[in-house]
Design a protein around this ligand. Structure first.
Ligand code: KG4
Ligand code: ZN
Length: 338
């Protein structure tokens, strides 16, 4: 269990400038009171990394160096704020690619020093956890009542796969995690095998819509106990593709494989989530991280929760741009964990 102790004088109202550079998105945001997004500029390196079919850390760090200052300028301009308005600078501390993290961390530290503001360091996964707390740009705060504890949060991204129980402000209890690959990582690897490019998640979701999940059945990886595992599923897809090498140019074969794979991964996520929901009495269930952009996964969770006699409230990030890496979620986490 992690309990946060505040290092910054507690202020009711705070405008935070936040920076996220842990992987392949350079992002700067201005967030008021952990919820109101004044700007959330994201420079994605997807085009760069699709050339290599995945993120090359050295290339990612150099891209961050190139765009961090223009992104910062754009975020300040769009939010229409001055340095006097800003109460603190927040930045992703870890986990992530070290070269990428350093670009954001040093930029934030220099800004904090030069402008005499406190520096708040945020764990990247805590950032994802607070993404569903953000309002859509321009939305009144009344439109989104504050979440009520206890909350179960399923964070599914390219690097992380965690089920966390939030019992109160800043009180996180890890219920389950992956013993090998994260779900997003499995999407990316299978997409590469199918020749669908990077990032794999959105590509597989699109192809799966056109496929039949019953044609190819893949094993649902459910290790005993509460944890997740996706490497067996990935290997099963690899063998399936080896056996059918000559069919990779057949669109319906690719669509059916994508649908079968997605069915297996979503079944595993939903079944482990529901196992936790049944054993913990919670008020809300939140889904977050890059894979939370997946509409099929969202619908399957909604359906599973819908049959409960007293279903908890289900929340996902209000914007697709809050699902994948972005600085607004870092500004939200910094506010609630300060
Ligand atoms: O949160 P994120 O931007 O980065 C990490 O912290 O890892 O997540 C990126 C991951 C990638 O693996 C990407 O394929 C996956 O999220 N993703 C999706 C979808 N959109 C992004 N996976 C499934 N369906 C999607 N629509
Ligand atoms: Zn992330």
């Amino acid at each position: 269990m992690t309990i946060y102790i505040s290092l910054v004088p507690l202020k009711m109202h705070m405008l935070i400038l936040s920076i996220e550079t842990s992987c392949d998105e350079t992002s700067v945001a201005l967030v008021r009171d952990g919820r109101e997004v004044l700007s959330n500029i994201i420079a994605s390196q997807i085009a760069k990394h699709s050339e290599t079919g995945g993120v090359v850390p050295e290339v990612a760090a150099r891209e961050h160096m190139k765009v961090i200052m223009p992104v910062l300028r754009e975020a300040m301009k769009e939010a229409k704020v001055t340095w006097e308005d800003i109460d603190a600078i927040a930045v992703t501390k870890e986990p992530g690619l070290i070269g990428s993290l350093i670009v954001g961390r040093i930029t934030a530290a220099v800004l904090a020093f030069a402008k005499d503001k406190p520096l708040l360091e945020v764990n990247h996964i805590h950032g994802h956890i607070y993404a569903p707390w953000l309002l859509a740009e321009g939305e009144p705060a009344l439109a989104l009542p504050l979440p009520e504890y206890p909350i179960i949060v399923l964070t599914v991204s390219g690097g992380h796969n965690e089920l966390v129980l939030m019992e109160g402000p800043g009180q996180f209890k890890l219920l389950a995690e992956t013993v090998d690959d994260a779900a997003g990582e499995a999407y990316d690897k299978v997409a590469r095998l199918l020749g669908l490019g990077y990032p794999g998640g959105p590509a597989i979701e699109e192809r799966a819509k056109m496929g039949n999940p019953k044609v190819f059945k893949f094993p649902i990886a459910l290790p005993r106990g509460k944890n997740f595992s996706f490497s067996g599923l990935k290997t099963a897809v690899l063998y399936h593709l080896k056996e059918n090498e000559d069919r990779l140019n057949d669109a319906s074969f690719v669509n059916n494989t994508a649908a079968g794979f997605q069915e297996a991964i979503v079944d595993a996520l939903v079944s482990k989530l529901m196992q936790a929901v049944r054993t913990q009495k919670v008020k809300e269930v939140h889904l977050t991280g890059g894979v939370s952009a997946n509409r099929f996964l969202r619908r399957r969770i909604e359906e599973a929760l819908g049959v409960l006699s007293d279903p908890p409230l289900f929340r996902v990030p209000k914007r697709m741009s809050y699902c994948t890496d972005n600085a607004a979620m870092i500004g939200a986490a910094a506010f609630y964990l300060r």
